[in-house]
Design a protein around this ligand. Structure first.
Ligand code: GLA
Length: 673
């Protein structure tokens, strides 16, 4: 590591004018931001959304009653837990719903497999959230008023309590809930999730050992009660990381026989492939069960007859019988939502915005479009794991990436306005320099360092690092007359906006003597490559809105993260500021005092942006597109706040008036195991 040449950014800041004229790199205040949000929000109390409560009588979708009469399903009262989740009518804008119909999703992802405990994704875009349920719930929290934002909402964990010094947390599970094949859900599933997956280093899950507090252990108390023991006091914030993808148990009654601990004929590779994408159904706790998968075409899910949530009249949820996920492209999600052939889109490709806005203004437009705050960010990640690089040139590059002056030079080489304009003209983009997105409740303008476009400054920083064009081919050579300075940048093939930004970055970097080779990677494999740290440079969209949402993607909180700084046989050297980031994260997850967490988040913002932990590009708002026939879409649902809109919109509570329902592909059926 070479920190000798590090510029004191504060000093430079005060000499700003001089710096601009002399071409020395500098930090600036961020430009003023213009909001595009059209969201009007009426907030409610924390307990106004739903409770866990037993009701006197229950009802169900009519076709399920027929299956009960035919002896193919137990009566609804026996399928529900003692105290189901009860959604309150007053919090539903269109009230109690009508059963039936199809909700049409369109997505660009492809299911990798159904084994989310082993780290497989289901293609994103809301499939994972249709099949998984987690200990706590975050998505609907955007609706809760500020003074009642005391922490995550209950879900599979119906309640919990802390001991006095907050080193022990006892959680109570919903009692008597069942998997979609009728098998009981209980603490055995939790124990399996924790001991044989999260804490098992052989299983590369989405939550890995150490990420839920170093040294945390789990003790089973009884069938529906368990206790986490922490090595230091924690707070409700830590629990936020038990939301989607992370705190979501899998069906132990099916998975155990594939796990090497319980079956010596199986390998961990076998275990990971235990629930392949093309084999359906699988038992789920989610509202819908995958029953059909035509690769690259369609995934169909049917209502889960054992779903453990109801409305206040006792009607078992979901209201909607069938979910479709058309497997096309992310751009097509927006195109189809605008055309009315899809029901939902998180519009997140700014290249589509103007056209979609224009079309949705027509009086008979099938869709409504609502912009939220800027919570989509695009960034470049540089791999810091120099010791893990086998190739000497890679090692040399990664050593360079660890030098702040190199990262500063990259930032100064970026004309962020041009990067944004490469995707879309208009007011959508705002510079991003790392840290929290500007729409995050944790964002602090004053703590955000900005290194504006200054190619001369970039050139002098690069020269100061010993990089010069020794062979006069227009590209800088690595120190000591080494190879051309070439950055292989991986990005997701399917994401048009990423590609356009990557093209813009290529020419901006070329302008300061850095060659870029673009390496598109199919989205399906991208996550694995990133998690393995198998890249030098990566460009992708991200969303650092909450410090507790997939923290591992952003901060060095365990040996297995972030993907751009892994530990391995060679160990890893955390830079001093990374250690500070990890400890600020601990402050945030261990305090219930919002003043303390706000202060820690501000410091985090400062450290992230002044050290360019990632090199930020631009940030943009997204807009939520929902077909007007869908009811109970709460006004103001953001595309992303505490979680994605697929969760924030509470799909189990959505409904479609009978006359607007479209024909189901598999009417009157449920998953057959
Ligand atoms: C993908 C999409 C997002 C959202 C999430 C949900 O990342 O790009 O808009 O749908 O999946 O997991």
């Amino acid at each position: 590591m070479n920190n000798n040449l590090q510029i004191d950014t504060k000093l430079i800041k005060s000499a700003l004018v001089l710096a601009v004229f002399s071409g020395i790199a500098s930090a600036d205040p961020m430009p003023q931001e213009e909001s595009l949000s059209s969201i009007e929000i009426s907030l409610i109390g924390r307990n106004d959304l739903y409770t866990h409560q037993g009701l006197n009588r229950y009802a169900e979708a009519p076709f399920l009653t027929d299956l009960v009469s035919a002896g193919q399903l137990p009566p609804v009262g026996e399928r529900l837990p003692k105290q189901p989740v009860v959604f309150k009518t007053d919090a539903m804008v269109d009230g109690v719903g009508e059963y039936g119909g199809v909700f049409r999703h369109v997505i660009g992802g492809r299911p990798q497999g159904w084994h989310f405990l082993a780290g497989q994704h289901q293609g994103w875009g809301g499939i994972n959230m249709a099949v998984q349920e987690c200990l706590i719930r975050q998505g609907p929290r955007w609706q809760v008023k500020a003074e009642e934002q005391t922490g995550p909402l209950p879900n599979l964990a119906r309640s919990w309590e802390w001991n006095n010094d907050k080193t022990e947390l006892t959680m109570h599970l919903v009692e008597g809930a069942k998997w979609s094949d009728g098998d009981p859900f209980d603490v055995e599933d939790i124990q399996f999730w924790w001991e044989d997956n999260v804490e098992n280093p052989e299983v590369q899950g989405i939550l890995s050992a150490g990420e839920f507090g170093t040294g945390t252990s789990l003790e089973v108390i009884d069938d529906y009660t368990f206790k986490f023991r922490f090595t230091a006091p924690q707070s409700e914030s830590l629990l936020e990381s038990l939301a989607y993808n992370q705190g979501c148990p899998g069906p132990s009654h099916v998975l155990k026989e594939h796990h090497p601990k319980y079956n010596s004929s199986k390998s961990y590779e076998d275990y990971r492939n235990a629930l392949p994408a093309d084999v359906v159904p699988i038992p789920v706790l989610g509202a819908w069960v995958p029953v059909l998968h035509r690769p690259d075409e369609l995934v169909v899910l049917r209502r889960n007859p054992f779903y453990w949530k109801v409305d206040e009249r006792g009607n078992q949820l979901p209201y909607i019988n069938e979910m479709h996920f058309k497997l096309t492209t992310w751009d097509d999600r927006t195109t189809q939502a605008v055309a009315g052939t899809g029901d939902f889109s998180n519009m997140e490709n700014p290249g589509n915005y103007v056209e979609a806005l224009k079309q949705s203004q027509e009086p008979d437009a099938p869709v409504s479009v609502k912009f939220g705050s800027r919570n989509l960010v695009w960034r470049i990640e540089l791999n810091f794991a120099a010791k893990l690089a086998e190739d000497p040139v890679d090692r040399q590059l990664r050593t360079l990436f660890r030098d702040k002056n190199f990262r500063l030079a990259l930032s100064h080489a970026l004309d962020r306005n041009a990067v944004g304009q490469a995707v879309a003209r208009g007011p959508f983009f705002y510079p991003y320099t790392g840290g929290f997105a500007s729409g995050s409740p944790y964002y602090d303008y004053g703590s955000t360092e900005y290194q504006p476009y200054n190619p001369d400054g970039a050139r002098s920083l690069l020269a100061g690092l010993g990089l010069s064009d020794t062979d006069s081919n227009g590209i800088l050579n690595l120190p000591g007359g080494g190879e051309d300075l070439t950055l292989d940048i991986i990005y997701k093939t399917e994401r048009n906006e990423d590609r356009k930004m990557a093209d813009a970055v290529t020419s901006l970097f070329a302008d300061v003597g850095i060659r870029v080779l673009l390496k598109p990677v199919p989205e399906k494999n991208f996550g694995d490559i990133r998690n393995r740290g198998d890249f030098n440079v990566l460009l992708q969209r991200s969303n650092f809105v909450l410090p507790t949402y997939r923290t591992c993607e952003h901060l060095p909180i365990s040996d297995s993260c972030p993907g751009f700084h892994l530990s391995g046989a060679g160990g890893r050297d955390l830079l001093p500021f990374e250690t500070e980031l990890a400890s600020l994260n601990e402050t945030i997850v261990s305090t219930d005092d919002p003043r303390v967490s706000t202060r820690a988040a501000q410091q985090m913002q400062k450290i992230l942006t002044e050290n360019l932990y990632v090199v930020g590009l631009v940030q943009a708002p997204a807009a939520l597109l929902v077909n007007k026939r869908i009811r109970n879409v709460h006004p103001g649902t953001p595309v992303f706040m505490y979680d994605w809109a697929e969760d924030g919109i509470i799909r189990e509570r959505l409904w479609i008036p009978r006359e607007q329902q479209i024909t189901e592909l598999l009417p009157n059926t449920i998953a057959q195991y």
